[in-house]
Design a protein around this ligand. Structure first.
Ligand code: BGC
Length: 542
């Protein structure tokens, strides 16, 4: 049964007006408190908490022509490939980087997770752009001066063109003719070494001020989109040759993580924040609340339950198991039986990025070997949930935001890896409505607080995103920002989400009143011009 505090209070008041009093109104929900700003990984940081926001360079930065995304999305008349919506000057976030630090201050955030654009630092192989390095120096200095802890992501969905040239999607695993393949992207012969070299450069340059590093952003999701389904550059479609072509790319990308981990540890030896840890290196995974389904209904058929468990393994656990144990699962059969000793113990923290709940079925499976059929991106075949089961449709993304799902996922990670500190390194919603964003903030914090009260070591929440930006294949329509961006002027304007998160971060807790107004699990404030029956969440492949 769905509920929210405001509805319960209203019911209680109504009941009090009648002859038959239904008893005292329910007690308001208690305030939630979060700990002080703490270390992401040191044992002393347990109990502490970060209130932050996240972004990624390609999604926000203007004047960024050396990325695969720029070439891929640029109109053909201008020499690009004309795929999807042109990223152009994105949200103007390069020119405005220092001004945007003020947005973090205004929101009382204590940490900022952002990425450094590899293509900008090294626009051509072995040519390092000193001005770009200096730009990120200035950003990091401004953050440190404002007591905002930088968490730097090294690889967030984009490459320099020389690493992965989207002009020839036929290239596989290595340089091809006419220099059109670049190095072949993740999976390419020299790419692991190049990524490690890049990581060493950044760690040496910024390690005196940065202690927290994320190597890869959502590795499985990224590889599925770029190399599996071809919706991100370079547009390769290897998913349907799963074991032969796609799995080797996963292996190489994880090898790149391990090489970057070692490079950062060697190059960043300065403990900038005094927590006893010079370099805390982790990565972020996208996690999903997978529900077993069949024929558009929740299902307890063992075939569907097995598909759900497989989806959880592939999305949530394959990467973590591989990097903690130093083993890989080349057949995706659930057994990690390939030794990768250099991978072992290369995860100091795990970022969890949660956006939605969705169905997965084992019937009419469309993906070979793993035998599952998810409701996502055009794949349905009965796996999508019916409209009446969809609580919070996010129409511009076509999925359902379901805050409670995060709690169970956090508990699952904590149970399996009790020594691994967790951080919600992204969570947010695409919406035009400030109240919906405020509801998202409070409900996600409620889910995190519930997990923390049960002993789960979650050390922070980074809202995605600080301001509206380029949402990859979806372009500029979905708005994820705490701050609204006017794309004609790049002006930033706070949403109610920024105000509410700012109040919460300033006092490091959620009040009872905020929970009454925005919390619980009842219906969210509707998105204007979108039918409340949420059928647009069923538009996936139907
Ligand atoms: C990615 C972001 C993206 C966000 C919202 C995450 O998967 O890391 O780059 O914008 O989700 O879709």
């Amino acid at each position: 049964m769905r509920w929210n505090w405001a509805a319960l209070m209203a019911l209680a008041v109504l009941a009090g007006c009648g002859d038959n009093l239904a008893g005292p109104p329910p007690a308001p929900p208690p305030a939630l408190t979060f700990g002080p700003v703490g270390s992401l990984t040191a044992p002393s940081g347990r109990g502490g908490f970060r209130f932050g926001a996240a972004s990624a360079a390609t999604q926000i930065e203007d004047m960024n022509p050396s990325t695969d995304w720029y070439l891929y999305t640029r109109p053909t008349a201008d020499g690009g490939l004309g795929q999807g919506v042109f990223v152009g000057d994105a949200a103007g976030g390069y020119t405005r980087a220092l001004e945007d630090v003020q947005l973090l201050r205004d929101t009382h955030l204590d940490s900022y997770r952002f990425s450094i654009e590899w293509a900008r630092i090294e626009p051509e192989r072995d040519h390092i752009d000193e001005a770009a390095l200096a730009h990120y120096d200035a950003l990091i200095d401004a953050l440190v001066a404002a007591h905002i802890r930088p968490v730097v992501t090294l690889h967030h969905f984009s490459n320099p063109v020389w690493v992965d040239d989207p002009r020839d999607t036929g290239c596989t695993n290595g340089p091809g003719d006419a220099n059109l393949c670049g190095l072949g992207g993740p999976g390419g012969a020299d790419v692991v070494a190049e990524m490690a070299e890049h990581a060493a450069l950044l760690a040496a340059r910024y390690g005196d001020r940065v202690d927290e590093w994320g190597t890869l952003n959502e590795p499985i999701n990224y590889l599925l989109a770029s190399q599996g389904l071809g919706v991100f550059p370079p547009g390769k479609r290897k998913l349907f040759s799963l074991l032969e072509e796609f799995v080797p790319v996963i292996r190489d990308y994880l090898a790149a993580h391990a090489a970057m981990y070692a490079a950062i540890k060697a190059a960043d030896t300065v403990d900038a924040d005094g927590d006893g840890v010079a370099a805390a290196v982790g990565l972020s995974l996208n996690v999903v609340d997978w529900v077993a389904t069949n024929n558009h209904r929740p299902s307890d058929d063992p075939v569907d339950l097995a598909a759900r468990d497989t989806a959880i393994y592939l999305y949530h656990h394959l990467v973590v198991e591989a990097l903690t144990q130093g083993k890989f699962d080349p057949n995706l059969d659930g057994t990690l039986d390939e030794d990768q000793p250099t991978w072992r113990g290369t995860l100091d923290w795990l970022g969890v990025q949660y956006y939605f709940r969705t169905g997965v079925s084992g019937h009419r499976a469309v993906i070979p070997v793993v035998n599952l059929n998810p409701c996502a991106n055009g794949l349905d075949f009965g796996a999508c949930l019916p409209p009446e089961d969809i609580t919070w449709c996010v129409p511009t993304m076509g999925y359902e935001f379901y805050a409670d799902g995060l709690h169970d996922i956090l508990v699952d990670f904590s149970t399996r890896y009790p020594a691994l500190p967790l951080v919600v390194s992204e969570s947010g919603i695409a919406t035009e409505v400030g109240a919906r964003r405020a509801e998202t903030v409070v409900r996600i914090l409620e889910a995190i607080a519930r997990a923390r009260a049960e002993g789960v070591d979650v050390r922070g929440y980074y809202h995605w995103s600080l301001f509206d930006n380029f949402e990859w294949a979806e372009g500029f329509v979905p708005r994820f920002g705490l701050y609204h961006v006017d794309y004609a002027t790049f002006a930033r304007t706070p949403t109610l989400g920024a105000t509410v998160l700012g109040d919460i971060a300033a006092r490091r807790g959620v009040t009872s009143d905020e929970r009454v107004l925005y919390g619980g699990s009842g219906p969210m404030t509707p998105e204007p011009s979108v039918p409340a029956d949420a059928t647009s969440c069923l538009g996936l492949g139907e």
